[in-house]
Design a protein around this ligand. Structure first.
Ligand code: PLP
Length: 377
């Protein structure tokens, strides 16, 4: 973990708000995944953080990519990934995404029966199954509930596999992804066990892809054990698609204190908000907050961003010792879905991103007004 002095040094050198990543933490997370899921193929869900430098690092460690847009496919190509290393996923794929996936020779994750006809000829494909389960995460992060838009039902899955084969595609196997930031290994066990109910109907498979969705403190070994058992049921190779688990802990968002304000609550006003980190507003996500200064007794504050939205609060009831303008806070576990979901709302330049790997490397320059309006006429 980067020290307070290192983080302060980065804030002084590159300014705030700033995304800071620690290469050692990224490598350690990948090692934990490889350890737990020993024989599995790892496809990084680049939606969590698509920065090219991070993608290159993961690719050189033998990781493939799960992509859900033409832009993500372009990133995979940009870092030199071949078709065997790429999955094309998503509930509403475009013609461009089918064409580019076919050009690469990527594997498609079929999300509805109609896709069998839409796939380019002789595609490699998995069928995404919706196990119809309620899981322990925010509703917006749950993707395996009966009411969610993803996948085909357990009943439909054997027919879709059969339809793929009949249409001349290579039906590799099944796919399941029940959501994101899930702590409870029991949720995964329930989903995998639903899939194994299909054994009779589908017979042996080449691949079982169990997605990602593991929270940072999930019991990875327990999830891996269940996943291996499920794969063994089908005689299949196990594939996984972690996003958050690989990058969340490697990143912090540094934000500067602008001032304090008392209304019905005590606020610390900061220079980052919903445009830099939307997860608290979108999912009620809680990010650990570290003050990079020490000064007297702590009182509790809400951290409010600069947007004209009452929901623009990045954390509540944070104990801080007499914050002053110019102090710097580090919001932890911000490496996933932080920079990736940042926006230029209010024509606020997206922050720079820097990587510590023995020295500092700027891996994304800070935007400015000119770069924001570059495509406007
Ligand atoms: C199909 C699929 N795979 C993998 C992931 C990665 O999830 P997480 O970042 O929670 O590991 C997602 C996230 O949305 C997903 O939709």
């Amino acid at each position: 973990m980067l020290t307070d002095a290192q983080l302060l040094g980065a804030a002084q050198r590159f300014g705030t708000p700033l995304y800071v990543y620690d290469a050692a933490e990224l490598d350690a997370a990948l090692a934990r995944v490889r350890n737990a899921f020993a024989d599995a193929r790892v496809f990084y869900a680049m939606k969590a953080n698509p920065n090219l430098t991070l993608l290159r690092r993961l690719r050189s460690a033998g990781v493939g990519f799960e992509c859900v847009s033409a832009g993500e496919l372009a990133r995979a190509v940009k870092v030199g990934a071949g078709g065997g290393e790429v999955l094309v996923n998503g509930p509403a794929k475009s013609a461009e995404e089918y064409a580019e996936g076919a050009r690469l020779g990527a594997t498609f994750v079929v999300d509805r029966a109609e896709e069998v006809q839409l796939l380019p000829p002789r595609s490699r494909a998995l069928v995404r199954v919706n196990p119809a389960l309620k899981v322990s995460t925010h509703d917006h992060l749950a993707t395996g509930a009966a009411s969610s838009k993803f996948g085909v039902t357990l009943l439909e899955a054997p027919q879709v596999l059969e339809a793929l084969r009949n249409a001349g595609h290579q039906a590799l196997g099944l796919h399941v992804h029940i959501g994101s930031a899930i702590r409870d290994a029991g949720d995964f066990a329930a989903a995998f066990s639903r899939l194994t109910e299909l054994k009779e109907a589908v017979g042996p498979l080449e691949v079982l892809d169990v997605g990602g969705g593991w929270s940072l403190d999930a019991d990875l070994d327990g999830i891996a054990r269940q996943a291996r058992q499920a794969a063994a049921t089908f005689g299949a190779q196990l594939w996984v698609e972690p996003g958050r688990y690989l990058v969340a802990g490697a990143g912090v968002l540094l934000t500067g204190v602008v001032g304090r304000k008392h209304t019905g609550r005590d606020f610390v006003l900061i220079d980052a908000g919903m445009s830099e980190l939307i997860r608290p507003m979108l999912y009620g996500a809680e990010h650990p907050v570290r003050a990079l200064w020490q000064r007297g007794e702590a009182a509790t504050y809400d951290l409010a961003g600069p947007a004209c939205e009452s929901g623009d609060v990045l954390a509540r009831d944070v104990p801080l010792p007499m914050p002053q303008p110019g102090d710097v806070l580090a919001l932890g576990e911000a490496g996933a879905y932080g920079a990736a979901m940042s926006s230029t709302y209010l024509t606020r330049p997206r922050p720079a991103e820097v990587l510590w790997d023995g020295d500092w490397q700027v891996i994304r320059r800070r935007e400015n007004a000119e770069t924001i309006w570059a495509a406007e006429l």
